[in-house]
Design a binder for this molecule. Structure first.
Ligand SMILES: NC(=O)c1ccc[n+]([C@@H]2O[C@H](COP(=O)([O-])OP(=O)(O)OC[C@H]3O[C@@H](n4cnc5c(N)ncnc54)[C@H](OP(=O)(O)O)[C@@H]3O)[C@@H](O)[C@H]2O)c1
Length: 309
């Protein structure tokens, strides 16, 4: 297999693999077999992936615990990896996930994440979907304190365009995770702006959650499929209908639609790493191969035509 490309993570002084693995979603669920989750992670490490993205709220903390356990079992060196987690999503007393970016909650979540991940210092902490109003002076001071206390190295924001635009060029943020894909092309300019400001970009959902995949062939043939389909339908049928128009454009000999969608993201300016989710070791290997190939011109033209229409 070709060697995995590494890119600078903004001006953090770190480089990261151009692909990252999301240790989230179905991968993190206790109902997803530990052996399969391990095979996915092993395939990622084998392919040279160094970015592992998780979150305190993913599968109620199981994601972080599973990641730590499997990294230990696989004998991976955490110092060679950029392990990123997220704070600010918590379960309320009714068991619903809500946002809480108070300094007290974020600080407590960092300590819990460190415990679950078995780390003394988080390589990357991201705020999990804050609004601009959530970025209070008190919160920014608390984040700086986490860093000076040695509990966190890099700080970032995973979220919507408005908050990323607001934080571009502002301390203490080193990294952003916007959602960018053929399904979210409007977010492409955010990445160049962040890169120009010296901030690194880890793209979330680079495959657009595979919304463009034909349901019978994709969603209904895999154990995780119904879960992903139900999640996609939470936003109503409109994105799935829009995604259908992309299907003919995501075709090229020797490529799968997922691989083309990934290559489209990776050639956009400002991307440090694209963090995808999967339950399949073969998909990791296929995407790693695709990451080493340029997007075919025919596909670039066809995708551009659909996105303009
Ligand atoms: N979605 C969010 O709300 C969110 C929020 C914050 C951060 N993130 C980060 O972004 C990461 C990725 O997001 P995501 O998983 O929601 O979306 P995604 O990576 O855009 O898409 C995941 C979907 O792609 C499929 N897939 C992956 N590789 C494939 C391949 N080679 N061929 C065909 N299908 C393939 C997966 O199915 P298989 O399992 O069958 O491969 C899964 O259905 C997350 O893991 C997380 O780290 C996401």
């Amino acid at each position: 297999m070709a060697e995995m490309e590494h890119r600078p993570l903004g001006r953090t002084g770190r480089t990261v693999s151009v692909l990252g693995l999301g240790c989230a979603s179905y991968w993190a669920k206790p109902r997803f077999s530990e052996a399969r989750a391990r095979a996915v992670l092993a395939a990622a490490l084998e392919a040279g992936i160094t970015v592992l993205d998780t979150g305190a709220s993913y599968a109620n903390g199981h994601a972080e615990q599973r990641l730590a356990r499997l990294l230990r079992e696989l004998g991976a060196d955490p110092n060679a990896l950029l392990i990123g987690t997220k704070a600010g999503s918590i379960r309320n007393s009714q068991g619903r996930l809500v946002k809480d970016f108070s300094p007290r909650t974020v600080t407590a979540q960092v300590r819990e994440s460190l415990d679950r991940l078995g780390l003394e210092r988080l390589p990357l902490l991201q705020l999990h979907g804050p609004t601009t109003a959530d970025l209070t002076d008190d919160l920014l001071t608390a984040l700086e304190r986490l860093r000076t206390d040695g509990l966190v190295d890099l700080l970032g924001i995973n979220g919507d365009p408005a908050v990323i635009r607001h934080a571009t060029g502002r301390a203490p943020f080193d990294v952003f995770m916007p959602f960018v894909s053929v399904m979210r092309p409007d977010n492409v300019p955010l990445m160049q702006a962040a890169a120009d400001a010296g901030q690194g970009v880890l793209v979330g959902e680079p495959l657009g959650r595979m919304a463009f995949a034909p349901p019978l062939a994709h969603w209904l043939t895999r154990p995780s499929g119904m879960w992903y389909l139900a999640r996609a339908l939470r936003h109503g049928p409109a994105p799935l209908l829009r995604a259908r128009a992309l299907r003919p454009a995501l075709q090229a000999p020797g490529w799968t639609p997922a691989e083309l969608a990934l290559a489209w993201v990776l050639e956009k300016p400002g991307v440090s790493s694209a963090v995808f989710g999967t339950t399949s070791p073969d998909h990791v290997t296929g995407l790693a191969k695709a990451a080493a190939r340029p997007l075919p011109d025919t596909a670039r033209t066809a995708i551009a035509r659909v996105l303009k229409s």
